[in-house]
Design a protein around this ligand. Structure first.
Ligand SMILES: [Zn+2]
Length: 480
C-alpha cells in the first residue's frame, strides 16, 4: 500500500492509493480543491498584453503531476513562450475513442482603474467570486482540472481516454491554442467528440434556473473583403466610373438580399423548447415554423427579431468601409468588410458564390479573410448525439429536476467553431449557471455565483463519468 499526502485547499489529507480502490474525494474536498485552483488561476495574469498562459498551464501541470499523472501524460506546449497550452490525458480501457475537453486559459484585458477591485485578485464576497476570468472561463478551467484530479485519485478507470486541453489565444485571436493543437499535434488531442464549457447557456433569472442550454452547433465566422478599383482621375471632371458608387450599389443589393430560411435538428429542437418557454404569439410562431411546410408569416415575424433571425439563416452584414485618397480626386479604390455567420452544412466558398451572384458586378472583387480555423474545412452539420444528450439529460435531471435541456446554436464566437470545422463534433456545456441579466464577461467586476461554481464542480464530475462508463445511453430518468 502506498500512502500519498495531498494538499487540498490547505488541508492535509492522507489518501490510501491501492490500484482502482483508492479513496474517493468527498464533495467538500473537491469544492476546496476547485476553489484553490480557481484562485490560483485568477491570480495568474493571462492577458495578451502582459500575461502568460504558459505560467497558468505549468501551474496546472504541476497539480496534475502531484495528483499522480505521469509526466508523459501531461504536457505544456505552444508556438510562443507566452502562449503555452496544457494537454493532459487520463488513460482508460480504450473501449471507445477518447473525449476531449477544451477550455481557454487566456482572459480579456482588465484595467485596475476600471474595476472596483484588483481584477487579478480572487475575491469572494456576498455569494460571488470576483476576478478577471471568473465567468470567462477560468471557472471552467478550474472545474475541469478538479475533475481530472478527482477521477485520478479515486482510481477511476474510464472506458475511453479523457483528454484535457487548456489553451491560449481564444480572446485575442493570435496563437489560438485549439487551432494550433489541431494543426500541429492532432495525435495528442484526437477524440470522438469535444466538450467545451465556454459555450452554451445555463440560464438563471432572479435565482431561478431557466434552462440547461447545450451548444450543439455553431455558425461559422467568415469575413469577406469587397473591393472596387478603377483608374480614378480629377474630381472636376467626373465620368461614369466611380469606385465608391459602384461599391455602394453592390452593398445595397446585398442589404436587400436574405439567405434562405433553414432549420437543422439542433435549431428545430431549440425552437420546440423555446416555444414553451416564451409562450404567447412568439411561441406560437416558433411552433408554426416547425410545421411542414413552415408558416411563411411566422418566418417573416420571427425574422424581424435579429436574435431569432440569426438562428434561421446565414447572415452577412457590411461592418467597415473605406475608399478614396483625396478630397479632390476621383476614388481609384473603395472597399468594405462583409461579416458573415454561416449556417452549419454550408461552406465559405458556397456563400461566396451566392454573394457574387447577388453583387452581379464582376468589378467588385470578393476575397475571404483568414481567421483562426481558416483552412480547416467547412462547417459540418452537427447532430444531437444520443450518448451526449442522454448523459446530459440524466445528470441534469439528477441535479436540477424539471429544468429543461435545450439545444442551442450560437452565432459563432467560441473555439468550438474551430474544432467543428476540423471535423470534431463539439458540445458547449458550461456547467455553471449564469444570471441572464448579470453577464459581466469581458466587462468590469466580472463575477459568478459561488453556489453555481460548486454545482459546476459536481456537474462535470458526474457528466464526464456518465460519458465514460457505459452509462451514457441510460438517458433521462435512469438513475445509477
Ligand atoms: Zn471565452
Amino acid at each position: 500500500m502506498k500512502i500519498r499526502f495531498l494538499m487540498i485547499g490547505g488541508i492535509l489529507f492522507g489518501v490510501a492509493v491501492v490500484g482502482a480502490t483508492a479513496l474517493a474525494m468527498t464533495n467538500e474536498a473537491a469544492d476546496r480543491l476547485a476553489r484553490d485552483i480557481f484562485k490560483q488561476l485568477i491570480e495568474i495574469n493571462t492577458t495578451d498584453s502582459v500575461g502568460s498562459t504558459t505560467v497558468a498551464a505549468e501551474a496546472m501541470a504541476a497539480r496534475l503531476h502531484d495528483a499522480g499523472y505521469p509526466a508523459s501524460d501531461v504536457q505544456v506546449l505552444g508556438p510562443e513562450p507566452r502562449k503555452g497550452n496544457l494537454v493532459a490525458r487520463l488513460r482508460g480501457t480504450g473501449e471507445r475513442k477518447p473525449i476531449l475537453m477544451i477550455c481557454h486559459l487566456d482572459v480579456v484585458e482588465a484595467r485596475r482603474e476600471d474595476w472596483s477591485m484588483d481584477p487579478f485578485q480572487f475575491i469572494e464576497k456576498d455569494g460571488y467570486f470576483y476576478g478577471r476570468g471568473t465567468g470567462d472561463i477560468k471557472d471552467g478551467d478550474a472545474i475541469l482540472v478538479t475533475t481530472m484530479i478527482r477521477l485520478k485519485q479515486e482510481g477511476y478507470q474510464p472506458d475511453r481516454d479523457l483528454i484535457l486541453a487548456l489553451t491560449a489565444g481564444e480572446e485575442s485571436g493570435v496563437a489560438n491554442g485549439v487551432d494550433w493543437l489541431i494543426k500541429n499535434h492532432r495525435d495528442l488531442i484526437d477524440a470522438e467528440f469535444i466538450l467545451n464549457p465556454d459555450a452554451g447557456d445555463f440560464e438563471l433569472e432572479h435565482g431561478k434556473k431557466l434552462l440547461v442550454g447545450i451548444q450543439a452547433s455553431e455558425k461559422l465566422y467568415q469575413d469577406y473583403g469587397l473591393k472596387v478599383t478603377n483608374p480614378g482621375g480629377h474630381s472636376s471632371m467626373p465620368g461614369k466610373e466611380n469606385a465608391i458608387y459602384e461599391l455602394a450599389e453592390g452593398l445595397t443589393r446585398l442589404e436587400h438580399f436574405q439567405f434562405p430560411f433553414e432549420l437543422s435538428d439542433v435549431t428545430r429542437a431549440y425552437f420546440a423548447e423555446e416555444a414553451n418557454i416564451v409562450g404567447g404569439e412568439t411561441g406560437a410562431d416558433m411552433k408554426a415554423i416547425l410545421k411542414t411546410p413552415p408558416d411563411e408569416g411566422a418566418i417573416a415575424r420571427l425574422s424581424a427579431e435579429p436574435f431569432y433571425n440569426g438562428r434561421m439563416r446565414t447572415t452577412c452584414v457590411a461592418t467597415m468601409i473605406e475608399g478614396g485618397h483625396a478630397k479632390n480626386a476621383l476614388p481609384g479604390m473603395a472597399r468594405a468588410n462583409l461579416n458573415c455567420r454561416i449556417l452549419p452544412g454550408h461552406s465559405p466558398d458556397e456563400v461566396q458564390a451566392t454573394l457574387e451572384k447577388v453583387l452581379a458586378d464582376p468589378n467588385i472583387s470578393l476575397t475571404q479573410r483568414v481567421v483562426p480555423g481558416s483552412g480547416l474545412g467547412t462547417n459540418p452539420l452537427t447532430t444531437l448525439r444520443p450518448d451526449v444528450m442522454g448523459a446530459l439529460e440524466k445528470v441534469s435531471a439528477e441535479m436540477w429536476p424539471g429544468v429543461p435541456v435545450v439545444p442551442v446554436m450560437d452565432a459563432g464566437a467560441s473555439d468550438g467553431a474551430i474544432s467543428r470545422a476540423a471535423g470534431y463534433p463539439t458540445f458547449g456545456i458550461p456547467g455553471v449557471f449564469m444570471d441572464v441579466d448579470d453577464d459581466r464577461s469581458h466587462g468590469r467586476d466580472e463575477r459568478i455565483r459561488v453556489s453555481a461554481f460548486y454545482e459546476g464542480v459536481e456537474f462535470y464530475y458526474r457528466l464526464v463519468k456518465a460519458l465514460s462508463s457505459g452509462q451514457a445511453a441510460a438517458g433521462r430518468g435512469n438513475g445509477e
